[in-house]
Design a protein around this ligand. Structure first.
Ligand SMILES: [Zn+2]
Ligand SMILES: [Zn+2]
Length: 164
């Protein structure tokens, strides 16, 4: 019987690999290149899985690839990931987070914990439908679809409850 921590790690790795495969498939369909640096940047964001700033991403990527990277190189990779909507930008935090469903158009709704910094993404068809309706009424073409909710995650609430 594998150790629970090891099982959790395996599950975690599985999540990252699945998302990378989905991104790879999307790139093939769209006829764009998933170059090694773009892939590595995406993989790093997936592994961290909470909003991080560009400088932190550069540092993490350098550690991962074990070499120095120029900021423009990383910014270009990031631009690509944003353009393909594999990654979303959390405007209020000037941070980046991978989208959980990179292969189709949707509104990314991020629930971000202000206490631990973790975030969860949900995709809600009802929300999408509402915005589509409003956009159609306005004759508006939606480009980027990111909604961020800030608050406290279940784990932190439990911890806060236990502390009082
Ligand atoms: Zn998303
Ligand atoms: Zn939390």
């Amino acid at each position: 019987m594998p150790h629970p921590a090891r099982r959790a790690r395996a599950r975690e790795r599985h999540r990252v690999i699945n998302a990378l495969c989905a991104a790879e498939r999307a790139c093939n369909t769209r006829g764009v290149q998933f170059t090694p640096i773009r892939r590595a940047a995406h993989e790093t964001l997936l592994e961290i899985d909470r909003p991080i700033g560009a400088y932190d991403l550069i540092r993490e990527l350098e550690t991962k690839l074990d070499r120095k990277l120029s900021a423009p190189t990383v910014y270009r990779a990031l631009d690509f990931l944003l353009e393909q909507k594999f990654v979303a930008r959390i405007e209020t935090k000037n941070a980046f987070i991978p989208c959980a469903h990179p292969d189709h158009e949707h509104t990314c709704v991020f629930f971000i914990c202000e206490s631990c910094g973790n975030s969860a993404e949900v995709e809600n068809e009802k929300v999408d439908a509402l915005f589509e309706q409003d956009a159609a009424a306005l004759g508006f073409r939606i480009g980027k679809r990111v909604i961020e909710m800030q608050g406290m995650c279940a784990t932190c609430q439990t911890a806060a409850g236990a502390a009082t």
